[in-house]
Design a protein around this ligand. Structure first.
Ligand code: CMP
Length: 140
């Protein structure tokens, strides 16, 4: 089915100047960018976005990393977009990411892991609404 998912290019990948290379991977694999913006997240915005991880030991480091520089936030649309984006990203820990995935090619560590992608259709809807009013999503 046609789905939408939320993708974030994290501060490490923005700093590496690979936004375009990552967008090309989305587009070559049938995902359309239907909303996008660059944004310096505030601490409150990053904490709210990752609220499900609030009790995890890595929460503080994750939030500090996500506010260390601007991020590129986009909504991707396409057939099976949630799983397709996760396949393109590769495993959360770049050391475990399959060859040819975004994280294998661009990520340095489990915190500086280049990209975020929604893990389910349900979370995708929540995450998209967190950053984009419905009027700013230009899907088909
Ligand atoms: P992301 O998909 O953005 O969701 C939460 C992030 O927490 C994850 O990518 C990682 O960058 C980061 N993180 C750090 N340590 C861990 C861990 N042990 N397990 C999962 N995520 C982690």
């Amino acid at each position: 089915a046609q789905e939408r998912t939320l993708s974030i290019i994290k501060p490490d990948a923005v700093a590496k100047n690979v936004i375009g290379e990552i967008y090309a991977r989305f587009e070559k694999n049938g995902l359309r960018v239907v909303a996008s913006k660059m944004k310096q997240l505030s601490k409150q915005e990053a904490e709210g976005f990752y609220a499900v991880h609030r009790e995890r030991p890595f929460f503080g480091a994750l939030v500090n990393f996500m506010i260390s520089g601007p991020v590129m936030i986009q909504v991707l649309e396409g057939e099976g977009a949630v799983l397709k984006n996760r396949d393109l990203m590769g495993a959360t820990n770049p050391k475990e990411a399959a060859a040819g995935t975004i994280r294998a090619d661009f990520a340095d560590s489990i915190d500086a892991n280049a990209v975020h992608g929604s893990d389910s259709l349900e979370n995708a809807a929540i995450e998209i609404a967190y950053f984009f009013p419905a009027t700013d999503v230009y899907g088909r």
